[in-house]
Design a protein around this ligand. Sequence first.
Ligand SMILES: *Cc1c(COP(=O)(O)O)cnc(C)c1O
Length: 376
Amino acid sequence: MSAPTPQPGILDIKPYVAGASSASSTPGTHVSRLASNESPLGPSPRAIEAYKQAADTLHRYPDGGASALRAALAERHGIDAQGIVCGNGSDELLALLAKCYAGPGDDVLFSEFGFLIYPIATRAAGATPVVAPEPDLRADIEAFARLAGANTHMVYLANPNNPTGSYITAPELRDLHGRLPDETLLVIDAAYAEYVMADDYDAGFTMVEDFDNVVITRTFSKLYGLAGLRLGWAYCPPAVADVLNRVRGPFNVTAPALAAGLAALGDVAHAEAAREHNARWLPWLATELRALGLVVHPSVANFILVEFPESSNGPEPSKGQGGAIAALAHLSSHGVIARDMGGYGLPDCLRIGIGTEQDMRAVVAACAEFLSLSEG
Ligand SMILES: *Cc1c(COP(=O)(O)O)cnc(C)c1O
């Protein structure tokens, strides 16, 4: 028997498993969807209006050059529109970069607890994933420097990182870049940049302008609340933008996404409200959960990583499951959907997104009950 065979690497891909979208609580109770780092404020009403307006012209192809959105992004960030390439979510651009810059026999380097799309995109390109150990749940520049060599065609770094919530500072980012070969493309995935309040953080736009081998990706899925529309963008040196523009689909971003993205960008007050909401409830949730005795890793993004060690087994007898699995089930039965971290190699942890005030209070109440049941 013979059959079509996919390219090398494809069947080594562990399919991406998205966060759960339903809870095991009784129907009718409030459900807190905190598994996918979505914005609790939703999109700007102006973005929704622009999306609806776009319905009138659905028979038209979108502007394949995304000129209006690119111009608005360039103006907002003080960068060059020529270097901006829009994508069907930043995931598309992250995958295209691997396809364009790495292939069979080439290494792609990323950190141990980096975003799950990186190994998928690497293998889909036929390249070899190389993993930099991350002892403190934070990108280890020494490890990157040690592992980066002539064969390292690309480095992915999420800054801040999902799922750890940690970040590296602007000087550390420059240091990391300085220790990579000039031929290595450094892809900085800054999906959560808008949330970071720390003064020593920088998304890195100036690095794109200073060097030929740095690309930054950004998204409308998180702060702008447009995850369902799929809209992301990359800021690239001219040669990299040229490459992406050759390989991307000519109409890779839909017209409603372009219209809604432009409107969302224009609603500065809504974006600022989302940022302020996060700045208030992120530390609140971390403090409340720490007060319960839980280990909460420091986060600058819109989610936290919480440890539920084996000993906190909850109401059910262990059955050999980790505390995190029992906690996940307990939270779900109370309408709180968190994200299990087994796929990330952090089986003792759950990732919990920052939601509305009601969501946050529900998380604390459900965690408190979980811990008290496991003690009793
Ligand atoms: C959510 C997320 C993205 C965004 O992906 P989109 O395809 O733009 O929705 C990118 N990188 C990381 C690390 C993320 O967590």
